[in-house]
Ligand binder design. Structure first.
Ligand code: ASP
Ligand code: MG
Length: 410
């Protein structure tokens, strides 16, 4: 008699055949009395296709953020309807509901909404009626009644948040890999599957680009203390459990994993005054436009002491909008130039254990140097170190660093 939230991503529901398979699989695992809430992504590459469609109208679709949300929320509406039909076709009562109907309330930050409150009364009623409730992931409703999406990969967040609000026994995230790996197995063939990882480390891995989980979903898990089980759509094997702490002495590695992010762009604002308030001017303009800035470097010019350069990175998806904002500020500051580099990518190592282990950074830089890979920008957090490299060398960089910390077993 468990209440379980199960999330299936786009690749798991990419065709009607796959949707039927998801329904069959869920019913085959269902124990009598289990109450099941499904949270579903849009079919396959639907979201990308919808974004491309908007690209036929405008160069920068995200400037029309509300309309993007109206467009993107249709993707999930298709998949939930089909999955609910699939359950009913197999004799299982089911009902599909949108994020709004599920009581998923958000702020008005279109295309990157944050959940403010969840009132899943409708979900509870339908469960009590013996139905499987199929909820549209990635979407909620703002105080104006407008649809808002939660950022790419947002269905994970929908699922974990809903599990928290329903006080579910567990939240299972089904995906096309078998769990969380020490690096992306598509790039590093001998990457290792982890039995467990802490919210804290997973959050850092996800924030730094590990595609398995949307970072905010991990925050939600930590907030609600809901264990998250990341597992494969295609096998019954246990995957990786994300939880508060390790239950066993699974602490052999100082570094838990190598994450990477190819969707990074670098912006350099050259020749700006080296006076108080300049950084604030640039970054508050970006913050007002809701753009996350990642690595930041301010140059030290020894010759011209009154002039400086500001270099930073943003997500590739934000580049168009960031450029508009930065161009304006640069004009105002009489900057010499704004340079954009899109062929950059970020590789990072993550592990809570690095706190008490000197020399980890040196080993990472050593691995890159041996592979003759140049480091453009370095940034660190308490439990991670990141390097910006050329996109063309990303794969090699990830492998070199992984080999340093997780050497192939002979
Ligand atoms: N369909 C949305 C996306 O592709 C949300 C999700 O899949 O989690 O980003
Ligand atoms: Mg890039």
């Amino acid at each position: 008699m468990a209440l379980i939230v199960k999330k299936f991503g786009g690749s798991s529901v990419a065709s009607t055949e796959k949707i039927l398979n998801v329904a069959k699989r869920v019913l085959s695992e269902k124990q009598p009395g289990d109450r099941i809430v499904m949270v579903i992504s849009a079919m396959g590459d639907t979201t990308d296709d919808l974004i491309a469609l908007a690209g036929g109208i405008t160069k920068n679709p995200y400037q029309y953020a509300r309309e993007m949300d109206m467009l993107l929320t249709t993707g999930e509406q298709v998949s939930i309807a089909l999955l609910s039909m699939a359950f009913q076709e197999l004799g299982q009562p089911a009902v599909s509901i949108t994020g709004a109907m599920a009581g998923m309330q958000t702020n008005s930050a279109h295309t990157k909404g944050r959940i403010t409150e969840i009132t899943p009364d409708r979900v509870k009623r339908e469960l009590a009626d013996g139905k499987i409730v199929v909820v549209a992931g990635f979407q909620g409703i703002d105080p104006n009644g407008d649809p808002v999406t939660l950022g790419r990969g947002g269905s994970d967040t929908s699922a974990v948040a809903l599990a928290g609000a329903l006080k579910a026994d567990s939240c299972e995230i089904f995906t096309d890999v078998e769990g969380v790996y020490s690096a992306d197995p598509r790039i590093v063939p001998d990457a290792r599957k982890m039995k467990e990882i802490t919210y804290h480390e997973m959050l850092e891995m996800a924030r730094l680009g590990a595609g398995v989980m949307q970072p905010r979903s991990v925050e939600m898990g930590e907030y609600f203390k809901i264990p998250i089980h990341v597992r494969s759509t295609f096998t019954n094997k246990t995957g990786t459990i994300i939880r508060e702490d390790y239950t066993m002495e699974d602490k052999d590695f100082v570094i838990r994993g190598v994450a990477h992010d190819a969707k990074v762009a670098k912006i350099a604002v050259l020749g700006i005054p080296n006076t108080p308030g300049i950084a604030h001017e640039i970054f508050s303009a970006l913050a007002d436009a809701n753009i996350d800035v990642d690595m930041i470097v301010q140059s030290i010019r020894n010759i011209e002491k009154n002039v400086t350069d500001m270099v930073f990175t943003v997500a590739s998806d934000d580049l168009g909008q960031a450029k508009q904002v930065v161009d304006k500020v640069a004009d105002k500051l009489n900057a010499i130039a704004v340079l954009i580099e899109e062929d950059v990518a970020k590789v990072s190592i993550v592990g809570a254990g690095m706190l008490g282990s000197p020399g980890i950074a040196a080993r990472m830089f050593g691995a890159l140097s041996t592979a003759a890979i140049n480091i453009d920008i370095i940034s660190t957090s308490e439990i991670s170190i990141s390097c910006l490299v050329k996109s063309a060398q990303l794969k090699e960089a990830v492998n070199a660093i992984h080999e340093e910390f997780f050497p192939k077993q002979a």
